[in-house]
Design a protein around this ligand. Structure first.
Ligand code: ATP
Ligand code: MG
Length: 584
């Protein structure tokens, strides 16, 4: 079974199957992913991406990437580009790249049609008055005093709006539906607002902009979308979605809603993410602590982990909270099977092997990945002076401490058993060097007559490559940073979400890194292998963070794009074990 054959069922998929069986639209499946380019995509979006593109892939259909760009003040080309890069990185290919703004003229023409049929009118109420007139869930609305304008007057006024003759916000175009409807969205919703804002694509061509509701369904219809999938908050907008399509007599796209993905220990609204970026709480949208797709990429999360995760959580109508630990578990799972093992010492403690000849260098063999025979092996230099991790030594250790202690023995991974004979300390009593002896009979063999339980990692001091290592942790220290409306979510930032240290890497990793940097800089591409259908084999850019390794006994790490061949930087993607599980 290939990596993607595990297709979990979801209710929207069941609807698609039923529609195909019924011969609807000749069995054609056309979906779209419709982000607003007002920020970078986050993990929540990946659920919608996997669903929309996944259904199209599975049923031989198509999925468009549609930019829902009707709020010029918040939208930017930078966001458009980042969204395209992220979708591509996740391994999906869109059939068409569309923009709601490409439909502005068509939407305008349809608005005139609605006016001509007396189904829309120009209203002079301001935003606050419009809200007052709309009523509440328990009270019906009142008709706007401008509701009965003649078709002729409405048409003139609407054209004048379009020609830029009125102040921003002075008038709106509204649909004439039902001010007493129990559904507030049907109480004469606004179709157009006057707003002089420069649009990232249409510039200053339009002083009026269509509303989300007026734009979305018609855009779907123009693209012959068969299944328009959105999150639950749009459920109450569906009657309006259908009203436009039926009044305009256009292609009958249908809307289906599912529960959005909510993750604990983070926030996922673009507004809040923008705040974190603007206020400098993170280094940018792609800070590895951000719940953005670009942040996850930079953190070393493989695209396949996103797909697996989305399959695991499934698609329901139940709005719940998903534990980030599940995503982290998925990352470990994917990374375990594919990451070469490398040794890296993050808190170096010098070890001198007193019975090992000065200047002698041996080379030991090490298997790259016990989970993957095809990954082969590498050779690691071994010498008289080594580094081990400070945590792997304790002078006076409890019985269960199977690492190195004074007078005790431990195996150096892929090499010899050594014994600690002496500890050298600084004035404060902190060990700064260990004098040890090697048992030369233990290379690839068990020591005779005794058991040595512990195995620790190490690097040869003469060959070690220094690197900055960024230990990332969760950005927030509480499960629901934005649950308490009285308090600012920033209060819950985890002060320990980033720790920067200097580590010592085995030399092979230094070589891996330089090669990866060259590949990323030269615009190198990697084939989209992960969990993809063989027929869509586009290439995607190679990112520095595609160099993903397991630092043995520590965690999964990747190369950060801040690296240069002279100064390497590694990011911790995820530790080998979940340290939060016991904290809770
Ligand atoms: P945000 O509140 O973060 O800005 P949004 O819904 O406004 O999110 P859009 O750019 O409009 O963001 O979203 C594009 C698509 O992604 C929409 O179909 C939306 O329903 C979906 N989506 C957004 N957030 C999530 C989420 N957390 N889980 C699943 N789908 C999501
Ligand atoms: Mg939105």
């Amino acid at each position: 079974m290939s990596e993607t054959d595990t297709q979990t069922s979801n209710f929207i998929r069941d609807i698609v199957i039923a529609d195909r069986e019924a011969g609807l639209h000749d069995g054609r499946v056309q979906t779209r992913f419709p982000p607003e380019p007002n920020g970078y995509l986050h993990i929540g979006h990946s659920k919608s991406i996997c669903l929309n593109f996944g259904l199209a892939e599975e049923f031989g259909g198509k999925c468009n990437l549609r930019f829902d760009d009707t709020n010029p003040e918040k939208e930017e080309t930078e966001y458009v580009e980042s969204i395209k890069a992220d979708v591509r990185w996740l391994g999906f290919t869109w059939a068409r790249e569309c923009y709601a703004s490409d439909y502005f003229q068509q939407l305008y023409d349809w608005a005139e049609k609605l006016i001509e049929e007396d189904k829309a009118y120009v209203c002079d109420l301001n935003a606050e008055q419009t809200r007052e007139y709309r009523g509440t869930l328990t009270e019906p609305g009142k008709p706007s005093p401008f509701r009965d304008r003649s078709v002729k007057e409405n048409l003139e006024l609407f054209r004048a709006m379009r020609a830029g003759e009125f102040e921003d916000g002075a008038r709106t175009l509204r649909a004439k539906i039902d001010m007493a409807s129990p559904n507030l969205n049907l109480r004469d919703p606004v179709l157009y607002r006057i707003k002089r804002a420069t649009h990232h694509r249409t510039g200053d061509a339009w002083p009026i902009y269509p509303s989300y509701d007026y734009t979305h369904g018609q855009s779907d219809s123009l693209e012959n979308i068969t299944h328009s999938i959105c999150t639950l908050e749009f459920e109450t907008h569906k009657p309006l979605y259908n009203w436009f399509i039926s009044e305009l007599g256009i292609f009958p796209s249908k809307q289906y809603e599912f529960a959005r993905l909510n993750l604990n220990y983070t926030v996922m609204s673009k507004r809040k993410l923008l705040h974190l970026v603007k206020e400098g709480h993170v280094s940018g949208w792609d800070d590895p602590r951000m719940p953005t797709i670009s942040g996850a990429r930079r953190r070393g999360v493989p695209p396949l982990a996103f797909r697996r995760f989305c399959e695991t959580i499934g698609v329901t109508k139940f709005n719940g909270m998903t534990d980030i630990a599940l995503f982290e578990h998925t990352m470990r799972d994917v990374l375990n099977s594919r990451s070469p093992r490398r040794m890296a010492v993050l808190n170096p403690l010098k070890v001198t092997l007193t019975n090992y000849p000065e200047g002698k260098v041996e080379v030991v063999d090490a298997i790259n990945n016990p989970e993957d025979e095809s990954a082969g092996s590498r050779r690691i230099p071994f010498g008289r002076t080594l580094y081990i991790d400070q945590d792997d030594f304790m002078e006076d250790a409890p019985k269960k401490f199977f690492r190195l202690k004074l007078g005790g023995e431990v195996r150096l991974r892929n090499a010899y058993v050594i014994k600690c004979e002496e500890v050298i300390k600084d004035e404060s009593g902190t060990p700064i060097e260990l004098k040890c002896t090697v048992d030369f009979d233990t290379l690839g063999a068990n020591p005779v007559g005794r058991k040595v339980k512990g195995v620790i990692h190490w690097v040869s001091a003469a060959h070690a490559v220094k690197a900055e290592v960024r230990l990332y942790d969760r950005l927030f220290s509480v499960e629901k940073p934005d649950a308490d409306k009285e308090r600012n979510f920033l209060e819950f930032l985890n002060p320990e979400s980033l720790q920067v240290i200097e580590g010592m890497l085995e030399p092979e990793l230094g070589k891996d890194a330089v090669t990866a940097l060259e590949k990323a800089a030269s615009g190198g591409q990697v084939p989209l292998r992960e969990g993809q259908h063989p027929h869509d084999g586009p290439m995607r850019p190679f990112y520095a963070s595609d160099l993903q390794v397991q630092f043995e006994r520590v965690g999964y790490f990747c190369l950060d794009p801040d690296s240069t061949p002279q100064k390497l930087v590694f990011n911790r993607t995820v530790a080998l074990k979940d340290s939060w599980a016991k904290r809770k």
